[in-house]
Design a binder for this molecule. Structure first.
Ligand SMILES: Nc1nc2c(ncn2[C@@H]2O[C@H](COP(=O)(O)OP(=O)(O)OP(=O)(O)O)[C@@H](O)[C@H]2O)c(=O)[nH]1
Ligand SMILES: [Mg+2]
Length: 329
């Protein structure tokens, strides 16, 4: 009887010990199984800087599997490329990848393919060329206009600026400073005037003066504010009526904006037929991956790059240089 009790107690202790072991070990095993099943994206070892270096580190092991491709997608998303575009790039690169290939080079080719060929401004030279500049508050519209006016003037064109931002205090003074720096003529009205009326006057005066290029500044506006977007539609309509149909409608996008840039681009494109993006503030840490999604989703090319606050800090967009910039080291 005493022996039976000892055996029973030992048996119970053994069962409890086995159960405790199973409870502690099973979840770890389960996580291990998931890793082996490549549920989690692989992560590049910390160390290398720049997307390109991270991609190479990620693929350093040779034959990439699901984890590496998922890891690449994550790296692209973190570079602001946008989820849909990142998925597409990974799909294309994965299809083309052969053992021994440099994944960084394949990605660069894919980025260039999405960005398209170089798109300079398309301005007529036999009549007044008109550029309408739009975008959210503080994106860099007025600064970009100043730099662009200076560049066009340096190319030998006469330039006129229209102060279509009649809303913000000191907006026309800021444009006046840029007009003086660039050697451009300025058409402005008092604060609170109808921006469409300024646009009309500016076209009439530019035609009368025989000016080559008219650049129309507009007030910054949230793309979600319907009355403000309607006001922009009216500016465009009135420009056309006055005989100054815009040859280019430039959306100025701040490179630090991130994914909101897609919503901005979609709203402005719908309202005023955007023909190109001027991507500003690329002198900071932002890579500007957002323009890939804008290009792919809306078909709008990047035309100009802003790289600082100075009059010379404006570049024509070059897809190869831009792909290298996104990939970094
Ligand atoms: N670092 C840097 N700063 C820039 C660049 N472009 C514009 N800025 C700065 O961004 C700020 C806003 O520029 P603005 O040109 O006034 O922007 P905006 O879109 O006209 O602004 P609103 O008219 O108020 O909507 C200013 O301090 C500019 O100097 C750029 O490429 N690089
Ligand atoms: Mg402005």
């Amino acid at each position: 009887m005493g022996v039976d009790i000892v055996v029973l107690v030992l048996g119970v202790v053994l069962v409890i010990a086995v159960a405790a072991y199973a409870i502690r070990v099973r979840p770890r095993r389960a996580a291990g199984v998931e890793e082996a099943g490549r549920e989690e994206p692989a992560r590049a070892r910390p160390g290398p800087e720049g997307l390109g270096a991270r991609v190479r580190a990620l693929f350093a092991g040779g034959a990439p599997g699901d984890a590496e491709w998922a890891g690449l997608e994550e790296l692209l998303v973190r570079a602001d490329v946008g989820p849909a575009t990142a998925t597409r790039i990974v799909k294309e690169v994965r299809e083309r990848f052969a053992p021994g290939d440099d994944p960084r080079a394949l990605i660069a080719e894919e980025l260039v393919a999405i960005l398209g060929r170089d798109h300079g401004l398309e301005l007529p030279s036999d009549r007044l060329a008109v550029i309408l500049v739009v975008g959210v508050n503080g994106s860099g519209k007025t600064t970009t206009i100043g730099k662009l006016a200076a560049r066009l003037a340096a190319e030998g064109r006469t330039v006129s600026l229209a102060g279509g931002d009649t809303f913000r205090a000191a907006a026309s003074e800021q444009l006046e400073v840029w007009a003086a720096r660039a050697g451009a003529h300025l058409v402005a009205q008092e604060r609170g005037a109808d921006p469409a009326a300024v646009a009309f006057d500016a076209v009439t005066s530019a035609i009368a003066r025989g000016v080559d290029v008219l650049i129309v500044d507009t007030a910054g506006r949230l793309h979600t504010r319907t009355p403000l977007m309607d006001e922009l539609r009216k500016v465009r309509r009135v420009l056309e009526k006055a005989g100054g149909r815009p040859d280019e409608v430039l959306l100025v996008l701040d490179a630090t904006t991130g994914q909101n840039g897609i919503a901005q681009a979609a709203a402005f494109a719908e309202a005023v037929e955007v023909t190109g993006v001027a991507l500003t503030k690329l002198d900071g840490t932002a890579k500007g991956g957002i323009v890939l999604a804008v290009r792919e989703r809306l078909g709008v090319p990047v035309k100009l790059i802003g790289t600082g606050e100075g009059i010379g800090d404006l570049e024509t967009f070059d897809p190869h240089a831009f792909a290298e910039r996104i990939l970094g080291g």
